[in-house]
Design a protein around this ligand. Structure first.
Ligand code: 5GP
Length: 220
């Protein structure tokens, strides 16, 4: 896959391993919007769709936003080691299905994860070399509260609980590789893209380099 999604004809393609791009933030810091936009503009980036036991919200689709599963199904997937990571967030279980991620990485696709700090810690233990973690902070607590209220999909009680949880979630900022304060959406998207491009250039991800350089040295 190419480094920046561009595919000029005749360009040299050096085989590379995909990376796992984790975006975490407290609810309402703009993570979902940033994720959607990245997926639109980065053809080599695919979204990991988590399984969850939480009820579907209005407008959500099974298999698109999440795989909505019941508790016995989730527990069975845990027992079968079908998750790369899983965690309880608020009152519900969330997990990342392992098989599609492993296939994408080996095929040179980058995988985007919208998971919390618990999942990020587990990915760091399981696959540090593949992981690039980004934490998104709101510009102020007032902005965070405003965004949660205007979203209006959750009850007032849920909003209040999420505000309380935000402080807890934000305390994990120092465990991440990159920190972005999301004051301006466009600038934040550019910053995540800059991270993605630089990380794609890391030597250890460009698994086809040895062969390429061999060819250069042999004049082929
Ligand atoms: P929501 O229910 O609002 O969609 O997500 C609640 C929280 O769960 C968010 O912080 C989100 O990042 C996190 N989350 C979603 N999927 C997963 C997952 O597969 N694993 C982990 N660890 N967290 C997840």
């Amino acid at each position: 896959m190419t480094l920046d999604g561009a595919r000029p004809s005749g360009a040299v393609e050096i085989q590379r391993r995909g990376l796992m791009l984790v975006l975490s933030s407290p609810s309402g810091a703009g993570k979902t919007t940033i994720s959607r936009r990245l997926l639109e503009i980065e053809p080599d980036l695919v979204l990991s769709i988590s399984a969850t036991t939480r009820p579907m919200r209005p407008g959500e689709k099974d298999g698109v936003d999440y795989h909505f599963v019941d508790h016995p199904t989730f527990d069975r997937m845990v027992a079968e080691k079908a998750f790369l990571e899983y965690a309880k967030v608020f009152d519900h279980q969330y997990g990342t299905p392992r098989a599609p991620v492993e296939k994408w990485l080996a095929g040179g696709r980058d995988v985007l994860f919208d998971i919390d700090w618990q999942g990020t810690q587990q990915l760091a233990q399981a696959a540090r070399e593949d992981l690039v973690s980004v934490f998104i902070l709101p510009p102020s607590i007032a902005a965070l509260e405003q965004r949660l209220k205007t979203r209006a999909q959750d009850s007032a009680e849920v909003v209040a609980r999420r505000m309380a949880k935000a402080a807890d979630e934000m305390s994990h900022w120092a465990e991440y590789d990159y920190i972005i304060v999301n004051d301006d959406l466009e600038i934040s998207i550019q910053r995540v893209r800059a991270v993605l491009l630089a990380e794609r250039l890391k030597r250890h991800r460009q698994v086809g380099l040895a062969e390429f350089v061999k060819g250069l040295r042999e004049g082929t």
